[in-house]
Design a protein around this ligand. Structure first.
Ligand SMILES: NC(=O)c1ccc[n+]([C@@H]2O[C@H](COP(=O)([O-])OP(=O)(O)OC[C@H]3O[C@@H](n4cnc5c(N)ncnc54)[C@H](OP(=O)(O)O)[C@@H]3O)[C@@H](O)[C@H]2O)c1
Length: 298
Protein backbone atom coordinates (compact mmCIF):
# COMPACT_ATOMS: atom_id res chain seq x y z
CA UNK A 1 0.00 0.00 0.00
CA UNK A 2 1.45 3.41 -0.88
CA UNK A 3 1.43 6.09 1.81
CA UNK A 4 -1.51 8.46 1.54
CA UNK A 5 -0.46 10.93 4.22
CA UNK A 6 2.94 12.58 4.48
CA UNK A 7 3.37 13.81 8.03
CA UNK A 8 6.04 16.05 9.50
CA UNK A 9 6.36 15.40 13.25
CA UNK A 10 8.27 17.84 15.49
CA UNK A 11 9.54 16.89 18.95
CA UNK A 12 10.48 13.34 17.86
CA UNK A 13 12.29 12.54 21.12
CA UNK A 14 9.82 14.13 23.51
CA UNK A 15 7.19 12.22 25.49
CA UNK A 16 4.49 12.57 22.85
CA UNK A 17 6.86 12.42 19.88
CA UNK A 18 8.21 9.08 21.10
CA UNK A 19 4.72 7.60 21.41
CA UNK A 20 3.77 8.93 17.96
CA UNK A 21 6.80 7.17 16.50
CA UNK A 22 5.53 3.87 17.92
CA UNK A 23 2.02 3.94 16.45
CA UNK A 24 2.48 5.14 12.88
CA UNK A 25 -0.38 3.75 10.75
CA UNK A 26 0.53 1.82 7.61
CA UNK A 27 -0.88 4.49 5.31
CA UNK A 28 1.15 7.31 6.86
CA UNK A 29 4.71 8.28 6.12
CA UNK A 30 6.29 10.20 9.01
CA UNK A 31 9.32 12.44 8.79
CA UNK A 32 10.25 13.14 12.40
CA UNK A 33 12.58 15.95 13.50
CA UNK A 34 13.97 17.31 16.74
CA UNK A 35 16.55 19.60 18.30
CA UNK A 36 19.42 20.23 17.55
CA UNK A 37 19.16 19.60 13.77
CA UNK A 38 15.70 21.17 13.84
CA UNK A 39 15.80 24.20 16.13
CA UNK A 40 12.53 26.05 16.68
CA UNK A 41 14.54 29.20 17.33
CA UNK A 42 15.94 29.12 13.78
CA UNK A 43 13.39 30.58 11.36
CA UNK A 44 15.36 29.48 8.28
CA UNK A 45 15.43 25.86 9.41
CA UNK A 46 11.66 25.88 9.99
CA UNK A 47 10.88 27.25 6.55
CA UNK A 48 13.42 25.01 4.82
CA UNK A 49 12.13 21.88 6.56
CA UNK A 50 8.52 22.49 5.55
CA UNK A 51 9.57 23.39 2.00
CA UNK A 52 11.69 20.25 1.63
CA UNK A 53 9.32 17.77 3.30
CA UNK A 54 6.09 19.20 1.77
CA UNK A 55 3.91 17.46 4.38
CA UNK A 56 0.16 17.02 4.06
CA UNK A 57 0.02 17.42 7.84
CA UNK A 58 2.37 18.93 10.41
CA UNK A 59 2.04 17.37 13.88
CA UNK A 60 3.70 20.05 15.99
CA UNK A 61 4.50 18.42 19.34
CA UNK A 62 7.80 20.20 20.08
CA UNK A 63 7.63 23.00 22.61
CA UNK A 64 9.28 24.76 25.50
CA UNK A 65 7.64 22.69 28.26
CA UNK A 66 9.65 23.87 31.29
CA UNK A 67 6.70 25.61 32.94
CA UNK A 68 8.51 27.15 35.90
CA UNK A 69 11.56 28.22 33.89
CA UNK A 70 9.27 30.09 31.48
CA UNK A 71 8.46 32.57 34.26
CA UNK A 72 12.01 33.91 34.18
CA UNK A 73 12.60 33.29 30.45
CA UNK A 74 9.25 34.25 28.94
CA UNK A 75 10.73 36.00 25.88
CA UNK A 76 12.77 32.89 25.04
CA UNK A 77 9.79 30.59 25.65
CA UNK A 78 7.69 32.87 23.42
CA UNK A 79 10.16 32.43 20.56
CA UNK A 80 9.91 28.62 20.84
CA UNK A 81 6.18 28.28 21.51
CA UNK A 82 4.68 31.24 19.66
CA UNK A 83 7.08 32.69 17.06
CA UNK A 84 8.13 29.27 15.75
CA UNK A 85 4.50 28.13 15.60
CA UNK A 86 3.62 31.30 13.70
CA UNK A 87 6.36 30.60 11.14
CA UNK A 88 5.42 26.93 10.80
CA UNK A 89 1.71 27.76 10.40
CA UNK A 90 2.51 30.36 7.75
CA UNK A 91 4.70 27.85 5.85
CA UNK A 92 1.97 25.20 6.03
CA UNK A 93 -0.55 27.73 4.70
CA UNK A 94 1.81 28.50 1.82
CA UNK A 95 1.99 24.85 0.74
CA UNK A 96 -1.73 24.22 1.33
CA UNK A 97 -1.15 21.68 4.13
CA UNK A 98 -2.80 21.11 7.51
CA UNK A 99 -1.36 21.46 10.99
CA UNK A 100 -2.15 20.07 14.45
CA UNK A 101 -0.64 22.13 17.25
CA UNK A 102 -0.41 20.64 20.72
CA UNK A 103 -1.62 22.97 23.45
CA UNK A 104 -2.51 22.88 27.09
CA UNK A 105 -5.08 23.18 29.87
CA UNK A 106 -2.86 26.02 31.13
CA UNK A 107 -4.54 28.41 28.68
CA UNK A 108 -7.47 28.44 31.14
CA UNK A 109 -7.68 30.35 34.42
CA UNK A 110 -8.44 27.36 36.64
CA UNK A 111 -11.55 29.05 38.00
CA UNK A 112 -14.21 26.59 36.96
CA UNK A 113 -16.39 23.75 38.14
CA UNK A 114 -17.21 21.86 34.94
CA UNK A 115 -14.69 20.59 32.36
CA UNK A 116 -13.43 23.32 30.04
CA UNK A 117 -15.07 23.38 26.61
CA UNK A 118 -13.20 24.23 23.42
CA UNK A 119 -14.49 27.81 23.15
CA UNK A 120 -14.54 28.77 26.82
CA UNK A 121 -12.73 32.03 27.55
CA UNK A 122 -8.98 31.66 27.94
CA UNK A 123 -6.99 33.43 30.65
CA UNK A 124 -3.60 31.82 31.30
CA UNK A 125 -2.17 32.18 34.79
CA UNK A 126 1.47 31.74 33.82
CA UNK A 127 4.06 32.58 31.17
CA UNK A 128 4.05 29.07 29.65
CA UNK A 129 0.25 29.30 29.18
CA UNK A 130 0.59 32.74 27.56
CA UNK A 131 3.20 31.50 25.06
CA UNK A 132 1.15 28.41 24.19
CA UNK A 133 -1.97 30.55 23.72
CA UNK A 134 -0.05 32.83 21.34
CA UNK A 135 0.85 29.68 19.37
CA UNK A 136 -2.84 28.73 19.19
CA UNK A 137 -3.71 32.16 17.84
CA UNK A 138 -1.02 31.91 15.16
CA UNK A 139 -2.40 28.56 13.95
CA UNK A 140 -5.94 29.95 13.70
CA UNK A 141 -4.78 33.14 11.95
CA UNK A 142 -2.76 31.40 9.23
CA UNK A 143 -4.65 28.18 8.66
CA UNK A 144 -8.35 28.68 9.44
CA UNK A 145 -10.11 25.32 9.06
CA UNK A 146 -6.84 23.61 8.08
CA UNK A 147 -5.39 24.32 11.54
CA UNK A 148 -6.22 22.26 14.62
CA UNK A 149 -5.34 23.12 18.21
CA UNK A 150 -5.26 19.94 20.31
CA UNK A 151 -5.30 20.78 24.01
CA UNK A 152 -4.27 18.14 26.50
CA UNK A 153 -3.26 17.98 30.17
CA UNK A 154 -1.07 16.15 32.69
CA UNK A 155 0.68 14.27 29.90
CA UNK A 156 2.97 11.31 30.58
CA UNK A 157 4.78 8.99 28.18
CA UNK A 158 7.16 6.09 28.60
CA UNK A 159 10.16 8.38 28.02
CA UNK A 160 11.15 11.64 29.59
CA UNK A 161 10.44 13.41 32.83
CA UNK A 162 6.86 13.27 34.02
CA UNK A 163 4.81 13.05 37.21
CA UNK A 164 4.50 9.24 37.11
CA UNK A 165 8.26 8.72 36.80
CA UNK A 166 9.03 11.38 39.44
CA UNK A 167 6.59 9.82 41.92
CA UNK A 168 7.94 6.29 41.38
CA UNK A 169 11.47 7.57 41.85
CA UNK A 170 10.65 9.40 45.10
CA UNK A 171 8.54 6.51 46.40
CA UNK A 172 11.27 3.96 45.77
CA UNK A 173 13.53 5.90 48.11
CA UNK A 174 10.94 5.18 50.85
CA UNK A 175 10.16 8.87 51.34
CA UNK A 176 7.09 10.31 53.06
CA UNK A 177 5.61 12.43 50.28
CA UNK A 178 3.19 15.31 50.44
CA UNK A 179 1.23 15.83 47.24
CA UNK A 180 -1.06 18.69 46.29
CA UNK A 181 -4.75 17.99 46.69
CA UNK A 182 -6.36 21.28 45.65
CA UNK A 183 -5.31 21.17 41.98
CA UNK A 184 -7.60 18.98 39.95
CA UNK A 185 -7.39 17.76 36.35
CA UNK A 186 -7.15 14.73 34.08
CA UNK A 187 -4.02 12.67 33.44
CA UNK A 188 -3.30 11.76 29.83
CA UNK A 189 -1.30 8.75 28.62
CA UNK A 190 0.67 9.99 25.61
CA UNK A 191 0.21 6.64 23.81
CA UNK A 192 -3.55 7.25 23.55
CA UNK A 193 -3.07 10.81 22.37
CA UNK A 194 -0.59 9.68 19.73
CA UNK A 195 -3.21 7.37 18.17
CA UNK A 196 -5.77 10.17 18.25
CA UNK A 197 -3.37 12.52 16.43
CA UNK A 198 -2.98 10.06 13.56
CA UNK A 199 -6.77 9.72 13.36
CA UNK A 200 -6.90 13.51 13.11
CA UNK A 201 -4.20 13.53 10.44
CA UNK A 202 -6.18 11.07 8.31
CA UNK A 203 -9.53 12.85 8.76
CA UNK A 204 -10.87 14.89 5.88
CA UNK A 205 -12.22 17.49 8.30
CA UNK A 206 -12.09 18.31 12.01
CA UNK A 207 -12.83 21.32 14.20
CA UNK A 208 -10.27 24.07 14.92
CA UNK A 209 -9.99 23.21 18.63
CA UNK A 210 -10.11 19.72 20.15
CA UNK A 211 -9.64 18.66 23.76
CA UNK A 212 -8.08 15.27 24.52
CA UNK A 213 -7.44 13.75 27.96
CA UNK A 214 -8.03 10.43 29.62
CA UNK A 215 -11.40 10.11 31.32
CA UNK A 216 -11.67 11.01 35.00
CA UNK A 217 -11.13 14.01 37.24
CA UNK A 218 -8.53 13.67 39.98
CA UNK A 219 -6.18 15.69 42.16
CA UNK A 220 -2.40 15.28 41.99
CA UNK A 221 -2.77 13.51 45.34
CA UNK A 222 -5.28 10.99 43.90
CA UNK A 223 -2.95 10.45 40.95
CA UNK A 224 0.01 9.82 43.26
CA UNK A 225 -1.98 7.28 45.31
CA UNK A 226 -2.91 5.42 42.11
CA UNK A 227 0.70 5.47 40.90
CA UNK A 228 1.85 3.95 44.20
CA UNK A 229 -0.80 1.20 44.01
CA UNK A 230 0.08 0.48 40.39
CA UNK A 231 3.81 0.42 41.21
CA UNK A 232 3.18 -2.09 44.01
CA UNK A 233 1.05 -4.22 41.68
CA UNK A 234 4.00 -4.26 39.27
CA UNK A 235 6.34 -5.58 41.93
CA UNK A 236 8.09 -2.35 42.95
CA UNK A 237 9.27 -2.11 46.56
CA UNK A 238 7.28 0.96 47.52
CA UNK A 239 5.94 -0.35 50.86
CA UNK A 240 8.09 2.06 52.89
CA UNK A 241 6.78 5.11 51.07
CA UNK A 242 3.75 7.10 52.14
CA UNK A 243 1.68 9.78 50.46
CA UNK A 244 -0.30 12.44 52.28
CA UNK A 245 -2.34 15.30 50.88
CA UNK A 246 -1.32 18.95 51.21
CA UNK A 247 -2.62 22.27 49.87
CA UNK A 248 -0.82 23.89 46.93
CA UNK A 249 0.19 26.72 49.28
CA UNK A 250 2.59 24.26 50.97
CA UNK A 251 4.32 23.60 47.65
CA UNK A 252 4.93 27.03 46.07
CA UNK A 253 6.30 27.05 42.51
CA UNK A 254 7.51 29.98 40.35
CA UNK A 255 4.58 29.47 37.94
CA UNK A 256 1.00 29.56 39.25
CA UNK A 257 -0.98 26.40 38.40
CA UNK A 258 -4.72 26.30 37.68
CA UNK A 259 -6.71 24.69 40.47
CA UNK A 260 -9.38 23.37 38.06
CA UNK A 261 -8.15 22.11 34.69
CA UNK A 262 -10.27 19.16 33.45
CA UNK A 263 -10.94 19.41 29.71
CA UNK A 264 -14.18 18.18 28.12
CA UNK A 265 -13.24 15.33 25.73
CA UNK A 266 -14.27 16.76 22.36
CA UNK A 267 -17.26 15.15 20.64
CA UNK A 268 -15.33 15.30 17.35
CA UNK A 269 -13.02 12.49 18.51
CA UNK A 270 -15.93 10.04 18.40
CA UNK A 271 -16.48 10.94 14.72
CA UNK A 272 -12.81 10.10 14.17
CA UNK A 273 -13.23 6.69 15.84
CA UNK A 274 -11.46 7.71 19.05
CA UNK A 275 -13.00 7.08 22.49
CA UNK A 276 -11.52 8.26 25.80
CA UNK A 277 -9.61 5.78 27.98
CA UNK A 278 -10.29 5.53 31.69
CA UNK A 279 -7.30 7.24 33.38
CA UNK A 280 -6.61 4.37 35.81
CA UNK A 281 -6.68 1.76 33.05
CA UNK A 282 -4.38 3.94 30.95
CA UNK A 283 -1.98 4.14 33.90
CA UNK A 284 -2.05 0.35 34.27
CA UNK A 285 -1.15 0.00 30.59
CA UNK A 286 1.54 2.66 30.68
CA UNK A 287 3.39 1.95 33.91
CA UNK A 288 5.02 -1.34 32.81
CA UNK A 289 6.18 0.47 29.65
CA UNK A 290 7.81 3.21 31.74
CA UNK A 291 9.48 0.56 33.91
CA UNK A 292 10.79 -1.21 30.81
CA UNK A 293 12.37 2.05 29.61
CA UNK A 294 13.94 2.61 33.02
CA UNK A 295 15.34 -0.94 33.00
CA UNK A 296 16.90 -0.30 29.57
CA UNK A 297 18.58 2.85 30.90
CA UNK A 298 20.27 1.05 33.84
N1 LIG B 1 3.78 17.51 29.40
C1 LIG B 1 2.54 17.93 29.71
O1 LIG B 1 2.04 17.69 30.82
C2 LIG B 1 1.74 18.68 28.69
C3 LIG B 1 0.45 19.11 29.05
C4 LIG B 1 -0.30 19.81 28.12
C5 LIG B 1 0.21 20.07 26.86
N2 LIG B 1 1.45 19.66 26.54
C6 LIG B 1 1.96 19.97 25.19
O2 LIG B 1 2.11 18.74 24.51
C7 LIG B 1 3.23 18.79 23.63
C8 LIG B 1 4.13 17.61 23.89
O3 LIG B 1 4.57 17.67 25.23
P1 LIG B 1 5.67 16.65 25.79
O4 LIG B 1 5.37 16.43 27.21
O5 LIG B 1 5.81 15.52 24.84
O6 LIG B 1 6.96 17.57 25.70
P2 LIG B 1 8.47 17.14 25.96
O7 LIG B 1 8.57 15.74 26.40
O8 LIG B 1 9.06 18.23 26.82
O9 LIG B 1 9.09 17.23 24.50
C9 LIG B 1 9.23 18.47 23.87
C10 LIG B 1 10.07 18.24 22.65
O10 LIG B 1 10.30 19.54 22.08
C11 LIG B 1 11.67 19.62 21.78
N3 LIG B 1 12.17 20.98 21.80
C12 LIG B 1 12.32 21.79 22.86
N4 LIG B 1 12.92 22.94 22.47
C13 LIG B 1 13.13 22.83 21.14
C14 LIG B 1 13.73 23.65 20.17
N5 LIG B 1 14.26 24.85 20.48
N6 LIG B 1 13.79 23.22 18.90
C15 LIG B 1 13.30 22.01 18.55
N7 LIG B 1 12.73 21.16 19.41
C16 LIG B 1 12.65 21.57 20.71
C17 LIG B 1 12.36 18.81 22.86
O11 LIG B 1 13.67 18.50 22.45
P3 LIG B 1 14.81 18.41 23.57
O12 LIG B 1 14.42 17.28 24.47
O13 LIG B 1 16.05 18.16 22.78
O14 LIG B 1 14.79 19.72 24.30
C18 LIG B 1 11.42 17.62 22.94
O15 LIG B 1 11.72 16.66 21.97
C19 LIG B 1 3.86 20.16 23.85
O16 LIG B 1 3.42 21.02 22.84
C20 LIG B 1 3.34 20.61 25.18
O17 LIG B 1 3.27 22.02 25.26
C21 LIG B 1 2.24 18.95 27.42
Amino acid sequence: MSPTQRILLTGRNGQLGTECGLVIPADCEVIAVDFPEFDLADADVLARTVREVQPDMLLHAAAWTAVDKAEEWEAEAHVINATATDILASCMAEIGGRMAYLSTDYVFSGEGSVPWREHDPVAPLNAYGRTKLAGEQAVAAHLGDRGHVVRTSWLYGRCGANFVRTMLHLMSSGRALKVVEDQVGSPTWAGGLAKALFALARASEAPPILHFTDEGIVSWFDFAIAIRACGLANGLALEESSVTACPGSEYPTPAARPSWSPLYFSDAWHDLGIAPSNWEQALQTALPLLLKEDAKAT
